[in-house]
Design a protein around this ligand. Structure first.
Ligand code: HEC
Length: 154
């Protein structure tokens, strides 16, 4: 089901990309707010795990599991509607999304799939501090790979 929805996401963006004019009624400002909010939820939940992994906060298995489950749920969400064509930083203000995203949909979907795999691995291991520590790098790497390619750096 997840794979199917990823494929659908790609198809939806590809179709939308070919009819940019028809998509002009899309609420671009709202979409940008929504994707930033989604990213903030990612960062907040990852921060909970990161603080425990570093020893800045005492390990709490229940809290770690909740954060890990949230990250997996966020990664599994269909975010198609947050990325309408015409919402890159070349098109509008107040976004750092690079136009390259819309030119490389298959690669973006691979990066989404990598984050799904990494968050599922974390969700399966968050019951112990060692498990959290072992899976931090995988998630950080999945977030970072997409930012490196598709987020403006400043
Ligand atoms: C598939 C690509 C992709 C993945 C995976 C991804 N991000 Fe992002 N992220 C972006 C893009 C693109 C932006 C810029 C969005 C914008 O400004 O419209 C962004 C923006 C952000 C922001 C800034 C939000 C704001 O309020 O401006 C944070 C924080 C963030 N990401 C955290 C994360 C974390 C944490 C993860 C991993 C758990 C993650 N991201 C995974 C592409 C991605």
């Amino acid at each position: 089901m997840r794979i199917a929805s990823i494929t659908l996401l790609g198809a939806a963006i590809a179709v939308a990309g070919s009819v940019v004019l028809a998509a002009s009624h899309v609420n671009v400002e709202g979409a940008i707010k929504a994707r930033k909010a989604h990213m903030q939820l990612n960062a907040y939940n990852l921060g909970i795990l990161g603080n425990m992994a570093k020893g800045d906060v005492d390990f709490d298995a229940d809290a770690a599991q909740r954060a890990a489950d949230n990250l997996a749920a966020l990664a599994a969400m269909d975010t198609t509607a947050y990325w309408p064509p015409g919402s890159s930083n070349a098109d509008v203000e107040d976004t750092r999304a690079l136009p390259a995203m819309w030119d490389n949909i298959p690669d973006v979907l691979e990066k989404v799939a990598a984050l799904q795999a990494a968050t599922e691995a974390m969700a399966g291991a968050a019951g112990t501090l060692e498990g959290v520590q072992a899976n931090m790098g995988g998630i950080g790497g999945a977030c970072g790979a997409c930012h490196q390619s598709y987020r403006q750096t400043d």
